[in-house]
Design a binder for this molecule. Structure first.
Ligand code: KIV
Length: 263
């Protein structure tokens, strides 16, 4: 496909066309997602939960994201690749610049940071140096301990206003796109209308410019699937272990490998 850039998404927003973003962590799935025309692939720190088995994204390191970005880059066929800055990898300006360079060298086209007003300065620094930024607001999983759990954000009017103001501020400081996680649909719509940059949502209703999904949620193989996700392979997580049991039994009974298989 024609390579997708931040400008492609900007144009799609202006035309009212929706785009799709999904997480991927390896070359095979990256290729598959490109073949179906998905515009954006995120190498997210969700890998800590869906691949590594942690109960939060906090243990994920720069090395983890870089490794998976390098894999995804090899399978990519034109999607815009976003890399997550993991927990505490953007806590000072010099650390932010250095780590952004590492993510871009690994294959990222855009870097994603969680936070509101406090990431404004980093957003400016990065965009001035030619690095597009996706700001991640609403439920920011790296702050799960401060938020008291994976909870919907922006339900009370004061918090909603803060999210709107900080989103506008990040746009002013040079963010190229905004990701909103787990906020009320009405608030997400207001923000998408107020901002000229593309707004991507997860658990933020239908009225944003693009939707993002964690691939394991869509496949129904996440240990816990969020309420807003449509599971396209319902029950596979329950049924999957059975398939391996069948293989195991067939091997025991010498029914595998198939008789004509040449080893
Ligand atoms: O890390 C990730 O996959 C994310 C999604 C939840 C959007 O940030």
């Amino acid at each position: 496909m024609t390579p997708v850039t931040v400008h492609t998404l900007q144009e799609m927003k202006q035309k009212g066309e929706k785009f799709v973003c999904i997480t991927a962590y390896d070359a095979l799935f990256a290729k598959l997602f490109c073949e179906v025309g998905i515009e954006v692939i995120l190498v997210g720190d969700s890998l800590g939960m869906v691949l590594q088995g942690h109960d939060s994204t906090i243990p994920v390191t720069m090395e983890d994201i870089i490794y998976h970005m390098q894999c995804v880059k090899r399978g990519n066929q034109g999607a815009l690749l976003i890399a997550d800055f993991p927990f505490m990898s953007y806590s000072s300006q010099s650390q932010t610049l250095e780590n952004a360079a590492r993510l871009m060298r690994a294959g990222a086209h855009v870097v994603k940071l969680e936070g509101g007003a406090w990431i404004a300065e980093s957003t400016r620094l990065l965009s001035q140096r030619g690095i597009p930024v996706c700001a991640h607001m609403g439920l920011t999983p790296q702050s799960v301990n401060r938020l008291g759990g994976f909870r919907v954000q922006g339900r009370d009017p004061q918090q909603a206003n803060t999210i709107i103001e900080e989103a506008l501020m990040l746009e002013e400081y040079g963010a190229s796109m905004l990701l909103l996680e787990c906020i009320p649909a009405k608030l997400a719509l207001t923000i998408s209308e107020k901002l000229s940059i593309p707004v991507i949502g997860i658990g933020a209703g239908k009225d944003v410019d693009g939707q993002i999904m964690v691939m394991h949620d869509v496949l129904g193989i996440s240990p816990v699937t969020p309420k807003f996700v449509k599971n396209f392979l319902a029950d596979i997580y329950r049924r999957h272990p059975w398939r391996y049991k069948v293989v195991y039994r067939r091997c025991q009974r010498r029914q595998l490998p198939k008789s004509r298989t040449v080893l």
